[in-house]
Each structure stands twice: as C-alpha cells, then as structure tokens.
Design a protein around this ligand. Structure first.
Ligand SMILES: Cc1ncc(COP(=O)(O)O)c(C=O)c1O
Length: 419
C-alpha cells in the first residue's frame, strides 16, 4: 500500500498548506479533526493542516529505525535554537548554558512562574490572550491581573503600569506573562514596545516571562524581537519551542531560556521538570530548528497568501466583521460584535473548548468550528479566532459558509440556548 500524504519532492518544494486533502486530514486522530463531527470544518485549535517537514520526518524515522526511543539527553535542541535565533532574529548572545529542557511551553511557563513568584502572587496578562494563560496561572495558585490591550490591539503602557502597581501591592513577587507574538491578535511587539515593558517591569519589581512559541511564524513585512535581546530584560525568561511553526504539539519538548541575571533562578528548576520532554520530541524539535528553515519559508509564503485571501473573503462574504491583518501567527481575530450576537454566559476565560456567542452561531449554522472569543478574557466576547493554517480551498469554503450563516441568522435567528 502506498504511504499516505504527498511525495518527498512535493513536501520539499511546495506550499505545505496545499498538500493534504480533507479526506486525508480527517484520518488524523488529534483534537482538531476529532472534536467535531465530520461535516464541520475545524478552524479552531492551533494545529496546522500540513504534512511533517521532511527533515523532521526523516529524523523521526531514523530514530524509530534505530529503536532510539530512550530518555532525552544533551544540548542539541538548545544549540539548534541558538543557531536559528542568530540567523533569523540576530540574537547573537544566546547561550546554551542559560537554557533548560521543559516538557512544553505551558509547563515551562508554570515552572518558571514557580521560580520567580510565590503562591498567591499576581501574574499580569494582556487580555484578550491565549486562554490557558488563565487556567495554568490560577491552577498554580497565582492570581491573574489583566492589563487589557489598547483599542489598536497593542499593549497599553498605562494599563500595564496600573496592573503592575496593583500586582506589586498584592504580593511580594509579581510577574508579567508576555505573549510575544500575541495570540489571538497576531500582533508582533516592536522593540520600542518591549523596551517600555522592561522599563515598567523594572520600576515595579515585576519579573517578565515571555512566551515566544509563535516567534518563527512572523509573516513577511514584520520582524520578530526576542524579549531577551531588549535592554533591561536581563532578569527575564523566555519559553520557546518548534511546536507551533512545525506542527509538533504531539511531540513534547520545549526550552526555557534565562536572561543573564536570571541564571541563578534557572538553576533552581527542579530536576524532575527535565524528565518531562520526550526524547522523540527533542529529536523532532532539534531537526526543525536545525534543518527546517526552507520548509518554514514555504509555509510562511503560504500563510502570507492565506492572510491576503482571508481579507478578500471577509470583505466579500462578511463585510460587517471587522478584521486587521495579523503580523504573525496563523490566527485571525475577527470582531463580530456588529452581528449583535450576545455571548449568553459570563466571561469564563481559560476553557478552550467552550463555544458561545458568534462562534456558537457559526458552528451551528455554518458547520465551521472557530475559537470563541469570550474564553480569551476581557475584550474577547463578541470575537472569534480563526486558524488560517489550512488550504486556500478549505479557507474559501469556510468563510463562504460563514457568510451564508450570517444571512440565515439575520432572517431567522436561532432560539436562545439555555446555558
Ligand atoms: C501562546 C501559546 N503558548 C503556548 C501554547 C501551547 O504550547 P505547548 O503545547 O508547548 O504548551 C500555544 C498553543 O497554541 C500558544 O498559542
């Protein structure tokens, strides 16, 4: 039997977003393609509809052929990230000795927060933001304080100043969990904005933890600034992995990186944390950063094309939905407030799979699954997040159906759901 998926040649030279059919994707067993029935187009969770990058698939195949499935060891992952970071972002003082393996980015975030804050201390988030930021922080017994983004969707220095002041007044050791680039808005923070964060954090005694999982996914026209390269960020941490850019969420492995004045904190990381990443995860992530650059460039071109296609489709089928071109990530943050569909439940940030408001209408009426804005915290209700890391054909079908759903909803609104 022929192996499923595209040929090695196609995978190495063509837009990865065009290589798999919906029938092939439906054979996947991960959450994106299994959460909803087969008539639903899933444009929600941050998985991509791409085959594995050839260098990653080759590295995994080699490990399987060798039976190389023991425990992870060594610094190859950090070295590969360091070389990638120097080439792509000009991060030349990246030091392997200032890194440690963690199971994944969110577990890394929690473990770093445990190093730099105490139970009951405050963690500031810029809402709306990736919902697990709320869930993981509160499950770790820390308190969330929101510093909402400004109307331009960028960080608001006055809101941050106020949130840092409140955070400091509540506990001894507050932190700021930065999303760089920002999920769900796709904003890529500029160096001057990050310098302002560093100044404010220093003034208020707040430690910054920067989630940089989307960093390789900055789209043409914008440049990514690693937080640890910013003046004043020496006592900060960054968390990163190849998971988003090479679609490796099922192969757990990430890196925590300490600034030069945070190394002593990093040394206090409990040894058991480094037992979490899987060896095959390390193999895959290392291959991605080491040899996955050409594939990433094909992907970024494809995402850039989808970003333009999405704007055209929205203007045609959903003119009342407001949208701004994301600078990075493969996520579009769609303002559906003009549709007048209320989220009939209180804001409950953190529960990724909760679907209400416009996302509920699009699921029921268009059979398109999106992420519901209300779970992203203050400022999220009335929005939906759309994952455009799919083929232009699926994207076109989904937005066309969404436009038809709005028309149908206008002429006959669905009955209100009880919950
Ligand atoms: C900002 C952000 N951080 C973390 C994650 C999850 O990363 P991991 O699976 O490595 O915990 C995601 C996934 O979409 C994300 O968007």
């Amino acid at each position: 039997m022929a192996s499923p998926g595209p040929s090695a040649d196609a995978s190495a030279t063509r837009n990865p977003l065009t290589l798999l059919t919906v029938d092939e994707l439906r054979q996947r067993t991960s959450v994106k393609w299994r959460m909803y029935p087969p008539d639903v187009l899933p444009l929600w969770v941050a998985e991509m509809d791409v085959p594995l990058a050839p260098p990653v698939a080759d590295a995994l195949r080699r490990a399987v052929d060798l039976g190389d499935t023991g425990y992870a060891y060594g610094t190859a992952y950090a070295e590969a990230l360091g070389d990638f970071a120097a080439r792509r972002w000009g991060w030349h003082d990246f030091r392997v000795e200032r890194t440690t393996l963690v199971p994944d980015v969110m577990m890394g975030v929690v473990e770093v927060l445990r190093l730099v804050t105490d139970p009951g201390d405050a963690v500031v988030l810029c809402s709306p933001v990736y919902p697990p930021f709320y869930a993981f922080v509160t499950h770790a017994d820390r308190q969330v304080i929101e510093a909402p983004l400004g109307p331009d969707r960028r960080m608001d220095p006055a809101a941050l100043d106020e949130a840092f002041r409140r955070a400091r007044s509540r506990g001894r050791r507050p932190a700021f969990l930065l999303c760089n680039p920002h999920n769900p808005t796709g904003v890529v923070h500029r160096r001057d904005e990050l310098e302002t964060v560093a100044e404010l954090a220093d003034r208020h005694g707040v430690r910054v933890v920067s989630d940089e999982i989307h960093a390789p996914l900055v789209l043409p026209g914008t440049h990514f600034t690693p937080y640890l390269t910013v003046a004043g960020a020496e006592n900060a941490f960054a968390l990163t992995s190849a998971s988003k850019a090479w679609n490796l969420a099922g192969l757990k492995a990430a890196l925590a990186v300490a600034g030069p004045r945070a190394v002593a904190d990093l040394r206090r990381m409990p040894e058991e944390v480094s037992h979490g990443p899987s060896h095959l995860g390390v193999v895959a992530h290392t291959a991605a950063f080491r040899a996955g650059g050409p594939w990433l460039d094909l992907l970024l071109d494809g995402l850039d094309g989808n970003r333009t296609l999405l704007a055209t489709l929205l203007a045609k089928h959903l003119p009342s939905v407001a949208h701004h071109r994301p600078e990075g990530t493969y996520l579009a943050w769609l303002d559906c407030t003009a549709l007048g569909i209320a989220t009939e439940r209180p804001d409950e940030p953190g529960v990724v799979s909760d679907v209400a408001g416009p996302a509920r209408m699009f699921l029921d009426r268009a059979r398109v699954a999106l992420s519901s804005g209300h779970v992203f915290g203050t400022g999220g209700a009335g929005f939906v997040r759309l994952n455009f890391a799919t083929s232009p054909a699926v994207l076109t079908e989904a937005v066309t159906r969404m436009g038809q759903a709005v028309e149908a909803h206008r002429s006959a609104p669905l009955p209100r759901s009880p919950g």
